[in-house]
Design a protein around this ligand. Structure first.
Ligand code: PLP
Length: 444
């Protein structure tokens, strides 16, 4: 840590004033921001650490937004971006144009992906990937002569982004409070009901399960089910063993596409290259973003299984979908380098061993603090909960938010974490440090 200012005090005040005046921040309380200005601005980073304008150093315990997987200040990624920008800053992927990094990355990702996910459609991020997956699913069914298969099922507490379609699938109430109108035909199912999805109609929670929705709406109207292998922003919820397999089975039984939202889980976060690799499941479409480039460039994509790709390529008119930055050469070059480093430095194996260190830390925390419970980690996607009485599972009064207080206190001690207050009465704290973290740093 250093007490050297990286921005002069006058410049700092200027910056804060300009921020208050001109910058409308995402997922921030505007009234508070307009009055108080930014909480802090970061200026530089190195590995798991970031420094603010005052020169204070923090441990980035959430990889910023679950994305800076190789950590901050990675020179190889920065140099790759510079080299590619210097060579060819941009090239369109529309109308059949192409570029080498986009092609090489498509080949690389499809070789790493499970099953026969053999083609990629590029986007600029997670929400665009999920919107694209919905559109491709609907279009696929239309090509199959079933244009009425349009509905999408997502899971309660699922987070899929904020573009209109992705937000409709996001089933966290806060996001619907901001903008309630979305696309029609999206249903939010109760999550993680393995027995129900396998057909257990007598289960007390059957009503509202995926299977119940499919039966009520009719499989011939449903295009796809979208699931995060581990729910991230909704509370770091692990699926029970057998759950994803049960959903896969249900989709096969009814002829529904299975979309895995791997935006957080993908590229090593869970101790496997992709989240679904933790189970015996191959999705039909797989949405990626965030960790694909460790946040060094804005990139996303949808991986598509062979049969869907083969169906789509029968279309003899313009597939009128795509973003200006689909297949951006710099973003793709950075992602290729990111994957090369993940493999070369055996980062995914490090994630698995750091999962054990994190769990050891959780035991210590539970020993010290009688309110801490429900600790969980799959790789470096982790969280814990706070209860007034953890043995009886009595939650804190809803007017008290200890998860926010804990995160504030950690922040004061220079550790960045995130409270997830997405479920009424639950106080969840998320932890997802860069995947290159070591044992000593986990202990810190
Ligand atoms: N899907 C998941 C699982 C996410 O966690 C996120 C973002 O946090 C998104 C989709 C949306 O991605 P983006 O913010 O890049 O649009």
């Amino acid at each position: 840590m250093t007490d050297q200012l990286s921005v002069s005090p006058t410049a700092l005040v200027d910056l804060e004033e300009l921020d208050k005046k001109h910058y409308l921040h995402p997922t921030t309380i505007p009234k508070i921001h307009a009055e108080q200005g930014p909480k802090l601005s970061f200026t530089e980073g190195n590995g798991i650490y970031v420094k603010d304008t005052k020169g204070d150093e923090y441990i980035d315990g959430l990889s910023m937004l679950w994305n800076v997987n190789l950590g901050h200040g990675n020179q190889e990624l920065a140099n790759t971006a510079k080299e590619q920008m210097t060579k060819l800053a941009f090239s369109s992927s529309f109308a059949g144009y192409s570029n080498e990094p986009a092609v090489r990355l498509a080949e690389k990702m499809t070789s790493m992906a499970p099953g026969d996910l053999n083609a990629v459609f590029y986007t600029s991020g997670g929400s665009e990937s999920n919107d694209t997956a919905f559109k491709l699913s609907r279009f696929y069914w239309s090509m199959k002569g079933k244009p009425e298969k349009k509905k999408i099922i997502s899971l309660k507490q699922g987070y899929h982004g904020v573009t209109i379609a992705a937000q409709t699938a996001t089933a966290i109430p806060l996001f619907h409070q901001f903008s309630s109108s979305g696309i029609s035909d999206v249903f939010h199912a109760k999550p993680h009901l393995t027995d129900c999805e396998l057909g257990g109609r007598s289960h007390p929670d059957y009503e509202g399960s995926i299977r119940d929705i499919v039966e009520k709406e009719g499989a011939d109207t449903i295009a796809a089910v979208i699931v995060e292998p581990v729910q991230g922003s909704g509370g770091v919820h692990m699926p029970p063993d057998g759950y994803l397999e049960a959903v896969r089975k249900l989709c096969d039984e009814f002829g529904i596409l299975f979309i895995a939202d791997e935006v957080i889980c993908g590229f090593g976060r869970t101790g496997k290259m992709f989240g679904v690799d933790n189970w015996d499941v191959v999705p039909d479409l797989m949405c990626v973003a965030k960790g694909i480039s460790s946040g060094y460039s804005q990139l996303g994509g949808v991986l598509i299984k062979q049969e869907i790709r083969d169906t789509l390529v029968q279309y003899d008119q313009v597939l009128a979908h795509g973003f200006t930055y689909s297949g951006h050469p710099t973003a793709c070059a950075v992602a290729l380098k990111n994957i090369e480093i993940l493999e070369r430095d055996e980062v995914v194996a490090n994630v698995k061993s750091m999962e054990h260190e994190l769990n050891a830390g959780f035991e210590y925390l539970k020993d010290k603090h009688p309110t801490v419970t429900k600790t969980r980690a799959l790789g470096l996607l982790a969280g814990f909960e706070l209860y007034k009485d953890r043995d009886e599972e009595i939650p804190f009064d809803s007017s008290i938010l200890p998860s926010t207080e804990v995160v504030e206190e950690c922040f004061n001690r220079k550790l960045i974490l995130r409270p997830l207050a997405s479920q009424v009465g639950r106080n969840i704290v998320a932890i997802a440090p860069p995947l290159i973290i070591n044992k000593r740093q986990v202990e810190d």
